[in-house]
Design a protein around this ligand. Structure first.
Ligand SMILES: [Fe+2]
Length: 396
C-alpha cells in the first residue's frame, strides 16, 4: 500500500517535471556535423569520454580531425570499463578540471555515456561523492553541455536521465537519476555501429527491448508519448534486430536499431525500468556480466514471474508486431515471451545465468529490492522473499 501511494505521488510529480529530448543529429556521416554544433554553442575545450577500444583503433579520428579544423581543443579520457567505476569517474573529473574543459562529448556505448554524465554531475557538484549523488534528484544543477554519440544500439543513454556507476570498493552498482543528466544533443550515425560484433549487437538490442518492455508494462508513469515510443521501439526490434545481427553492414537495419534504442530510452526515462534491471544490475556488479546479456537472460523470466497483471500489456506488444492471428490475452502474452526466447536462442544468448553463487543471494536480494522498491512502478510489487524465490528459480 505504501509503495503504491509512493507511485501515485511520483506520477503526479512527473506532470510538473520538464521532460525534454536531446536534439537529434542523424544520418550517415552525421558525426562530422557535431564539431560545428559544438562551436556554435560556444564550447571550445572538450573532454571526449570514449570507449578505449574505439580510441585505440582510430574510430574517433574523423571527429577529432574535424574538431581541430574548427580550432576546438580536446583531451581524451578513455579509462572507462564496461561497468564504469566511481574511481574512473574521479579520474575523468580531474582531467576535466586540469584542462579547463567547458563541455563533454561521450563517444561509445552506454559505459562512456554514463561515465561522462557522472563526470558532469561531479563537476556540477564538486563536494558530493558519486555515492552521495546516486539516487533520485541529488544533482539538481546544470551540468556542462553533453553531446552523446552512441556507437551501439541498446542503452539509450543518449536520451536518458540516468548514469549507472559501480562503486569500486563494494561492487555495488547504482544509478544517478536526474533530468539535468539528459544530453543536449544525440548523434545517431548508423555507420558508427556497423563494426559492432554480432554478440554485442545481440545483447545491446535485447537491452533496448527490455527498456521498451519494462517501460510499457510498468505503465503507471507513462503518458501516451511513452506508450507510443515503447511500442515503436518493440516493433523496430521485432523487424530489425535479427537483420542487424545477421548482417552488421546492413545500414538500414543498423539505422532502425539506433532509433529503437533512442525511443526505448526515452520511454523508460519517464516510465522507468523494473525488476529485469534491478536484478540484472546485481549480476553485472557481482560477476561482471555485460548489462545487455543480463537483460536478455532475465527479461522473459521476469515477465513470466509477473503473471496475469502483465498479460494485457504483453498482448498489446504482440499485436503491435502482428504476432498472433487471434487468441486470448494470455495466449498473446505467452506468444510475445516465446518470441523473445526464440530470438535469444537464434542469437546464442543463454537461457539462465550460470554465475550465481548461493552465498551471494542475500546481497542480490537486498540490492535489487533497494533499487526497485519503491522507485520503480513495477506491475507487481515484490517483497524481499519474492526476489529470493525468483533468484533461486534461475539456478538451473
Ligand atoms: Fe538497460
Amino acid at each position: 500500500m505504501f509503495v503504491r501511494v509512493f507511485h501515485y505521488i511520483m506520477k503526479m510529480a512527473m506532470y510538473v517535471i520538464p521532460w525534454g529530448m536531446p536534439k537529434l543529429i542523424e544520418g550517415e556521416d552525421s558525426i562530422l556535423q557535431l564539431p560545428e554544433v559544438i562551436y556554435k554553442n560556444g564550447n571550445r575545450r572538450v573532454l571526449v569520454v570514449a570507449d578505449p577500444f574505439l580510441t585505440n583503433n582510430g574510430y574517433l579520428q574523423p571527429l577529432l580531425d574535424k574538431m581541430s579544423e574548427l580550432q576546438l581543443s580536446y583531451v581524451i579520457f578513455s579509462e572507462v570499463s564496461p561497468n564504469p567505476l566511481d574511481t574512473e569517474v574521479e579520474n575523468g573529473v580531474k582531467m576535466y578540471i586540469e584542462n579547463n574543459c567547458d563541455s563533454l562529448v561521450a563517444f561509445g556505448g552506454g559505459s562512456p555515456m554514463d561515465c561522462a554524465k557522472a563526470i558532469g554531475a561531479r563537476v556540477a557538484k564538486p563536494k558530493k561523492s558519486i555515492s552521495q549523488l546516486q539516487g533520485l534528484y541529488r544533482v539538481l544543477k546544470k551540468i556542462p553541455t553533453l553531446y552523446a554519440v552512441p556507437t551501439t544500439s541498446g542503452t539509450g543513454s543518449e536520451t536518458t536521465v540516468a548514469a549507472v556507476i559501480t562503486e569500486a570498493s563494494t561492487h555495488h552498482k547504482a544509478s544517478i537519476n536526474d533530468n539535468c543528466l539528459m544530453p543536449k544533443y544525440a548523434v545517431l550515425d548508423p555507420k558508427l555501429t556497423v563494426s559492432v560484433p554480432k554478440r554485442v549487437t545481440a545483447i545491446t538490442g535485447l537491452d533496448a527491448l527490455s527498456h521498451a518492455v519494462e517501460a510499457y508494462t510498468n505503465h503507471m508513469y507513462n503518458t501516451k508519448l511513452e506508450n507510443d515510443l515503447a511500442k515503436k521501439a518493440v516493433r523496430l526490434v521485432y523487424d530489425y534486430l535479427y537483420k542487424a545481427y545477421e548482417d552488421g553492414n546492413n545500414i538500414d537495419a543498423r539505422s532502425h536499431m539506433q532509433k529503437a534504442a533512442f525511443y526505448a530510452g526515452r520511454a523508460f526515462t519517464r516510465g522507468c525500468v523494473g525488476n529485469v534491471h534491478a536484478i540484472g544490475h546485481t549480476l553485472s556488479g557481482l560477476y561482471g556480466m555485460a548489462h545487455g546479456e543480463a537483460m536478455g537472460i532475465l527479461l522473459p523470466h521476469v515477465m513470466r514471474a509477473y503473471g496475469e497483471p502483465v498479460y494485457k500489456y504483453l498482448a498489446d506488444l504482440a499485436d503491435v508486431c502482428n504476432m498472433c492471428n487471434g487468441g486470448t490475452i494470455k495466449e498473446k502474452a505467452e506468444a510475445f515471451i516465446v518470441w523473445i526466447e526464440e530470438l535469444k536462442e537464434k542469437m546464442g544468448v543463454s537461457v539462465y545465468p550460470t554465475c550465481i553463487c548461493e552465498s551471494d543471494i542475500d546481497q542480490m536480494v537486498n540490492w535489487a529490492f533497494k533499487e526497485a522498491v519503491p522507485l520503480y512502478p513495477t506491475p507487481v510489487v515484490w517483497k524481499k522473499e519474492d526476489y529470493a524465490k525468483f533468484i533461486y528459480s534461475l539456478m538451473k
